[in-house]
Design a protein around this ligand. Sequence first.
Ligand SMILES: [Zn+2]
Length: 275
Amino acid sequence: MALVTMKEMLRSARQEQRAIGAFNIANYEGAAAVIKAAEAEKSPVIIQVYQRLFNSDKAYDLAGMLLRLAQRCRQPVAIHLDHGDTVEHVRNAIAWGYTSVMFDGSRLPYPENLRLTTLCAGYAREAGVSSEGEIGHVAQGDETELTDVSQAVDFARQTGVDALAVAIGTAHGYYQSAPQLDIERCQAIADALPGLPLVLHGGSGTPLDDMRRAIQAGIAKVNIATEYMDTYLQTARRELNALDGKFIPIDKFYDPIIDACSEHAARLIRFFSGN
Ligand SMILES: [Zn+2]
């Protein structure tokens, strides 16, 4: 039984200036590859499901599979709702067995973000699951709004979230040009909130040197979605081309994709843990 919340794994990561990788999945192969990487690296890991999948039956059905994968894993695994968009997303995730939830009110006016995140963090606490909120805004097809240090302190204290996503210059998706990370801002937030794990969204494609400095400055969770899913797609494309129209049982087709994704996740887990 290795199903856990994010709480303990992120607290100790922050203390030890390490980070835990949080990988977005949408199906069995992506999830199985993360579990395989956690076991190979003997490291805790977070598997997360994006909020869009909570607008259909997908996130509910995936939960059943993710719980089994986590329970048979010998390393701690947290199952997390990524970018919860409504209170209903959060309540459903908790009801369906996810052990961690994010409510993302970063596009809302501050008082509304504060109110709804506090509500969701309260539901999480009552249910014994961990919570994440976002202050400032990490670009998601729009503009980044860098996190204000004193607002971050107010937000963290009032909401009681277990992890705080901050905007320090990263963005979601692939970068057109290298991002400029504001490490001093990250350090100032970390210093003002001792012990609170900070979260870096938009990890895909962030230069590793910058990532290392951010982890030393309080980042304890790094979200990886785009580049992990891209490894899946690129491997699938290569395998399909190699088949050249011939039939293959679908489980055999997926095996090399699981291997490639697992190696990708393992490489990042090693890096995040400082190795
Ligand atoms: Zn994100």
